[in-house]
Structure formats: structure tokens, C-alpha cells
Write a protein that binds this ligand. Sequence first.
Ligand code: CA
Length: 221
Amino acid sequence: MRLLLVEDEAKLNFSIKKGLEQKGYAVDSAFDGEEGELFAKNQDYDLVILDILLPKKDGLTVCTDLRHAGVHVPILFLTAKDALEDKVVGLDSGADDYLIKPFAFTELLARVRALLRRPKTVLPAVLKSHELTLDTAAQTVQIGRSEVSLTRREFQLLEYFLRNKNTVLTREQILDHVWDMAADTFSNTVDAHVKNLRKKLKGAYAGYLQTVRGMGYRYTD
Ligand code: CA
């Protein structure tokens, strides 16, 4: 899952980004409202974490403008203010949830998971394909009872495939959801990771991950 974090306090931005990445999310950082809005409009994020007090453009306005522009990504507000009015204003502007600063990282993580799970098509925490199970909370993949050891990126890649079974995913879509903007990617990045993933999955599961000529990849079990 790919997240956008809009937070002007550099230290806080960095520590949240790092924490989320350790949990397997791809995270892009923006440091003011205008930059955040631009990123959110141009990239296909699964969730935006948006601070309210931001330079250039405040989070509430960014949220309202994004909704008007037809961007329906879930938005989690961060706010130092805890007045009730602000909460109400925040949710009126089209945000999905809010978190009051200072907060514990575990609390942020719980809200992020809840929002990612909430969408129209309910996103389950455990994904299955026959005997294969991918547990997004425990960050484990098992085939039957034996654990498959994947890198963080391979895990994210497999999660993305399992969430989009029977759908052809282009390399661009895969890059957008599994890699953050700052990552060094090359024209063969996706292919190389798919190849490694197939090697680790082996047998039938490797076969389920099909190459669709001239288009991309599709997981069909
Ligand atoms: Ca701020």
C-alpha cells in the first residue's frame, strides 16, 4: 500500500515515514500544503495522512480542494488542536478520520490499518490463494504450514497481486502502488521482482503469477 504523508515538521515527518516503512508501507513525504495537494492529485495513493497546520496551504483547504477535484483517497488528519469545532470542521471537509497530536505511533498505525481496511471493497487483513496465506498484520506469508521468506518489497508486491486477483496490472500500476517516488527504479525493476517472487513461491503459485504479453502481470489462481 502506498501512502502520502503531508507534515511540515521535518523530524516528525521522517520518524512517521520510517515507522510506516518498517511496517511494509511505501511512503512519500510532502512538507507543505501545496506540495501535498500536488502529489495527491498526481499519484494514486491508498491513503493520505494530512497535518492541518501547514505552510502555504492548510490541511483543511487541501482536503476540501482534493474532494472537489474528485480525489476520493481516504484522508487521516493530524491536528495539534483538540477543540471539538476543529474535529467537526475536519470531518466536514471530507476527511475520514483524525488523530490529535501528540499521539503514540501504535495509535497512528491502528488508524491507518482501519482506514485502509474500510474502503468500498472491504480489504481483508489476511489474503488467501489456495494453501497460501498472506497476513498483513503479522507480515508473514505461508504455504500450508511452511513460511515463505520474502523481502519487504516482494511481500508488498504479492499483497498487491492478491488484492487484485484476475486483473491485469501494468508495470506502471505496480510501480505506483508498491514503490515510493524516491525509490530507484529501472525499466526492469518490476520484472526482476516478479521473477524473484516466482522463485520463492515455486510450483503452482509461481504459475498463478502470469505474464500478460505487452500488458503486464495477472495473478489468477
Ligand atoms: Ca504542522
